[in-house]
Write a protein that binds this ligand. Structure first.
Ligand SMILES: [Zn+2]
Ligand SMILES: [Zn+2]
Length: 187
């Protein structure tokens, strides 16, 4: 196993209480996020992790950070931002997980395991990043969006920007002689 998200734990003692820091910088994969907001593909993704040996396995904690790109859901302006999420995941020793599963622990079935001298943290990093991304990314919290009539960015528009749009029901009445003008002329 030698994916980009592989963290070696070879130097970490199995003795509970052992701690080691690992710093990884890897090129972000293409699909870390959604079409509207994602880690910029190929940009450096920083993993600043601390590995803690515990009796059941290895606890991995620490920040994962990268560069976000996307577009505002209201005005379609490009968004550039940074993202930092905290990883916190226990990787079981395989024998420990097998025992938990045998004991009926349903959650343990889904839990990640230490694979030999390695941890593959890709799934956990993906989950942490995707869960942290907003469904509706905005260029700024109060982005007013675009004018629905002319498409101008309302942030750049004059105060109270509006259009004299005649309601189609009133437009029909325009040009109709409503009747009371001619009678008065005759007085
Ligand atoms: Zn916007
Ligand atoms: Zn307008």
């Amino acid at each position: 196993m030698s994916g980009a998200f592989t963290v070696s734990v070879r130097d970490l003692s199995r003795r509970a209480g052992s701690v080691r820091d690992v710093h990884l910088t890897i090129p972000a994969p293409d699909d870390l996020g959604s079409e509207v907001l994602r880690i910029e593909p190929g940009s450096p993704l920083d993993l600043d992790l601390t590995l803690h040996a515990v009796s059941d396995g290895i606890l991995v904690t620490g920040p994962v950070s990268g560069k976000l790109v996307g577009e505002c859901a209201r005005c379609l302006d490009p968004i550039e931002d940074s993202l930092t999420v905290e990883l916190g995941e226990l990787y079981y020793h395989p024998d420990v997980r097998d025992r938990l599963v045998a004991d009926g622990d349903e959650d343990a079935k889904e839990a990640p395991v230490v694979e030999g001298d390695d941890l593959d943290v890709e799934t956990e990093v993906r989950d942490a990043v995707v869960l942290d991304l907003p469904f509706t990314p905005l260029c700024e919290p109060n982005c007013p969006g675009l004018c629905p009539v002319c498409g101008i960015h309302l942030r750049d528009a004059e105060e109270g920007h509006s259009h004299d749009v005649i309601d189609p029901r009133w437009a029909k009445l325009e040009g109709l002689d409503l009747g009371d003008g001619t009678a008065r002329d005759g007085e």
